[in-house]
Design a protein around this ligand. Sequence first.
Ligand code: PEP
Length: 255
Amino acid sequence: MPRTKLVAGNWKMYTTRTAAESLARAVAAGVPASAAVEVAVCPPFPWLTTVANALQGSPVSLGAQDCANEKEGAFTGEVSPPMLLDAGCKYVILGHSERRHILGESDAQTNDKVHAALADGLHVILCMGETLAERQRGLKERVFQRQVFAATSGLSDEQFHRLVIAYEPIWAIGTGHTATPEQAQEAHAFIREKLTTLFGASIGQNVKILYGGSVKPDNAAGLMSQPDIDGALVGGASLKAETFLPIVQAAVAAG
Ligand code: PEP
């Protein structure tokens, strides 16, 4: 069965409540119910319910940008998977490079969060990717292997069905330097091969692998046409419907 494409917008720590609401309404209005791709938006925590309301009746899914690895407890400032489900989320982004590299999150912490989110019923967009130094030193495959293995060890087959991987080369995030379609395809094919070796052909073939890193309307079609690129995780260009919707349309056109 062909993998359906997914285009997810990561709004990071941007938008006011009013801006989030109008962006969500504009995205919802631009994605027809019959769209052959899935679209999700991931606003900051405080706007989740506002955006959930704005998306009602549309096919656009809601996601969060992180979660705790516990259901509840004395964890000041944390937000749990059941809370995200309660707020209307389907997805949660985990292991984003900004959390790994700015906030010091380890592979083990990411793995704990992946397990907690999947156990409670969320779908996870798990980010991974190499730094420029790792790429230049020829280490990117070793990094993918470590990140795939560390973040997915112990998942059941059913949980893999709710796991999406986002390959995000760190040197391409927010920099305007996107990977070429060929560079991205090579990385996606390697990650898929690792999944197949570690977890079997069915998981290797069925897990969606999104590309993320300066995806824009003018480079989306080239990326989406690659056989192992199953959509995009979009940062900067997801903050305006005028730049996000053409990326969705590129995914629709690529089928
Ligand atoms: C991201 O934050 O996941 C991302 C890919 O950002 P940008 O599209 O701005 O590079």
